[in-house]
Design a protein around this ligand. Structure first.
Ligand code: PLP
Length: 515
C-alpha cells in the first residue's frame, strides 16, 4: 500500500487525486438532483436492487443511494483502484450534491418571500472543499473551533468569489480568549452562550485597546422548558437572562448585538415543522424584547438540525423501531425477539434515519405565510446553519474485507480494514445497510455461480477491543461474503466519516478523495 499522508486533505492536492479518467470524470457530472424530491421516496423505482442483494440487515434498512454512488458501486474495478491507491477505508466525496442542496433551500426561501442566509456548519465535515463549494454558492459558514475559523478565513481571503455579507458566525461550544480575539479582529460574529463568555469578550476588548476594535455578537437562546418540555439543552440562556445580559450592554458602544440565535437537537417527533415554527415564534418575541432595549438586531438564526432521509422505506423503519426500542410496558426490556444487534446491544440514542420530508420540503412547511409575515414585518433576515442537510448525498465510505470467521455463537465476523472511529458519531449506530461488491466482475460472476451459502454476522474492525463492532446491527449475506470483497457505506459525508475519527493504535486516518 503506498504511504498516505496523515492529514485528511488528499483531496486538496491535485496530484494526489486518483489517477483515473473516463468514468470518474463522468461521475462528476452525474445528473442532479441526487435523490427523489418527493416527500415519500418509497414509490421511486429501486435501481439498487441488484447491488443490495448481497447484504441486508437481518432487519433490513435499505439506504437511498444517489446516482453517483450507485455508479461507483457498479464499477468494482474503480473501487478496487481507490483502495489500492489510498488504502482502506477511503472516504469518496462529491461536492455536486451540496450545490443542489443549497439551491433547493434557497428556492424555498425565495418562494416563501423570506430573506434567508445559509451558513454551512463546518463541523459536519472537515474537508475545505466544502467551504470552497459554499463560497461558489455565496453562502456563509458556521465555525465551532479556532482551526475551523482560521481555515475558513484563509479560504475566504483566497477566494475570487465575493463573500456574502457576514460570511462567518462562531458558535463554538467553548471559546478561549484567543478564539474570541480572532473573531473580534476578523469581524466574525460571536454567538454568546453565557455570561462568562461575555466577560471574556469584555476583557479581550479591553486588552485590544481603549476604543477599538468593536465586537459584533448574537445571543444564544434556550427555549422555555414549560412551553417546550422535552427539549433540555446545555446551550444558551433563558429569555429573561438573555434580556438582562443584553440590557447590561446598552451603554457599551464596543459591543453590538446584531442577532438572536438558537440551535436545538430534535428528537423524532420534534422534527414536525409546527414544532420549529413554534421555536421561531418564541425567538421572535426575544428579538422584540432585545430590540426594545435599543439594540439593532438584524437577524434571527434558527441553527441547523434540518432533517435528512437516509432510507427508502418507511415500513422498514417502523418495523426496525418496534424491534429496536425498549418498550415502557415491558419495563425497559426489548419489545420482541432481538437478533438485531451484537450482544443484544441496546440502540437507545439514534437519529431518525427515515424522515418524511427532505430539508427543503421541511423548511417549506416551517415557513408558512403567517410566519413569513411575522419575520418580514420585523424586517429581519433569517439565518440558518445546516450541516447534515447540505452534505446529504455528498460522500460514501468504502472498505476492504480482510477476513471472515466464525465466533463462538456461530455468527460470522467480517473483518474490515477499517476501525470504528471511521464511521461513527456520538449516536449508538448508523442505521443504513451497506452494499457488498466483489473485487472484480469475474469474481462477482463466480459468487453467483457457486452460490455460496447464506451467512449472517457482524462487521468488526481494527481496534483491539472486544467491542470493536463497526455497526451494531446484524447483517445477512445471501451469497456469502469473503476476503477481498468491498463494503460500501452510503451517505457518510455528514459527521459519520469525520466526527469521531481517531488515530488510536497510531492507525492512519482515512483519506478523502473527491471525484
Ligand atoms: C452542529 C450544529 C449545527 C449543524 O447541525 P446539523 O444537524 O448538522 O444541521 C448548527 N449550529 C450549531 C450551533 C451546531 O452546534
Amino acid at each position: 500500500m503506498p504511504e498516505s499522508p496523515i492529514e485528511c486533505f488528499v483531496c486538496e492536492t491535485p496530484d494526489a487525486r486518483l489517477p483515473l479518467t473516463g468514468n470518474l470524470d463522468r461521475m462528476n457530472h452525474s445528473p442532479l438532483p441526487c435523490r427523489p424530491k418527493s416527500s415519500v421516496p418509497d414509490s421511486a423505482p429501486d435501481h439498487a436492487i441488484e447491488l443490495r442483494s448481497r447484504c441486508r440487515g437481518v432487519v433490513p434498512l435499505d439506504a437511498i443511494w444517489s446516482p453517483w454512488m450507485m455508479q461507483l458501486a457498479a464499477e468494482a474495478d474503480q473501487v478496487k483502484q481507490l483502495i489500492e491507491f489510498h488504502g482502506s477505508p477511503v472516504n469518496v466525496l462529491s461536492t455536486d450534491p451540496m450545490r443542489s442542496n443549497i439551491n433547493d433551500l434557497q428556492k424555498v426561501a425565495e418562494r416563501a418571500n423570506v430573506p434567508l442566509q445559509i451558513h454551512f456548519a463546518r463541523k459536519a465535515n472537515k474537508c475545505a472543499e466544502f467551504v470552497r463549494t459554499g463560497l461558489l454558492e455565496s453562502i456563509g459558514f458556521d465555525v465551532a473551533s479556532e482551526s475551523e475559523l482560521e481555515e475558513t478565513l484563509d479560504e475566504l481571503h483566497g477566494s475570487p468569489q465575493h463573500p456574502s455579507k457576514d460570511p462567518i458566525l462562531c458558535t463554538a461550544a467553548v471559546k478561549p480568549a484567543s478564539l474570541i480575539r480572532s473573531c473580534v479582529l476578523n469581524d466574525v460574529v460571536l454567538v454568546i452562550d453565557n455570561k462568562d463568555e461575555l466577560a471574556t469578550l469584555r476583557e479581550t476588548l479591553a486588552g485590544l485597546g481603549p476604543t477599538e476594535p468593536k465586537a459584533r455578537i448574537a445571543f444564544r437562546l434556550q427555549h422555555c422548558p414549560t412551553k417546550f418540555p422535552g427539549l433540555p439543552s446545555r446551550f444558551g440562556m433563558p429569555a429573561d437572562e438573555l434580556t438582562l445580559l443584553a440590557k447590561s450592554l446598552c451603554d457599551e458602544s464596543r459591543i453590538q448585538v446584531v442577532g438572536i440565535h438558537f440551535h436545538v437537537h430534535r428528537s423524532h417527533e420534534q422534527f414536525a415543522p409546527s414544532f420549529t415554527k413554534a421555536l421561531i415564534e418564541e425567538a421572535l418575541h426575544v428579538v422584540d424584547r432585545v430590540r426594545g432595549l435599543g439594540h439593532t438586531v438584524a437577524w434571527l438564526d434558527i441553527g441547523g438540525g434540518f432533517p435528512v432521509n437516509y432510507l427508502r422505506d418507511q415500513m422498514q423503519w417502523q418495523r426496525f423501531l418496534t424491534k429496536a426500542l425498549a418498550s415502557v410496558e415491558t419495563n425497559g426490556r426489548f419489545a420482541s425477539d432481538r437478533k438485531l444487534t451484537w450482544n443484544q446491544r441496546p440502540l437507545a440514542d439514534i437519529d431518525p434515519a427515515w424522515q418524511p420530508l427532505s430539508a427543503a420540503n421541511w423548511i417549506r412547511e416551517v415557513l408558512t405565510p403567517s410566519l413569513a409575515n411575522e419575520i418580514n414585518r420585523r424586517e429581519l433576515i433569517l439565518k440558518c446553519e445546516p450541516g447534515r442537510a447540505l452534505l446529504d448525498c455528498c460522500g460514501l465510505t468504502i472498505a476492504e474485507v480482510l477476513f471472515v470467521k466464525r465466533d463462538q455463537n456461530r455468527n460470522h465476523l467480517i473483518g474490515l480494514m477499517m476501525n470504528s472511529s471511521q464511521c461513527r458519531t456520538t449516536r449508538d449506530d448508523f442505521l443504513v445497510d451497506p452494499i457488498v461488491i466483489s473485487a472484480s466482475k469475474a469474481s462477482a460472476e463466480q459468487t453467483k455461480k457457486t452460490d455460496h451459502a447464506e451467512m449472517e454476522g457482524y462487521f468488526v474492525g481494527g481496534y483491539c477491543t472486544e467491542s470493536e463492532y463497526l455497526m451494531q446491527r446484524k447483517f445477512r449475506f445471501p451469497n456469502g461474503i469473503s476476503r477481498g470483497d468491498f463494503v460500501l457505506i452510503p451517505n457518510t459525508a455528514a459527521y459519520q466519516m469525520h466526527f469521531a475519527e481517531s488515530r488510536a493504535h497510531q492507525m492512519l486516518l482515512a483519506e478523502n478523495v473527491f471525484i
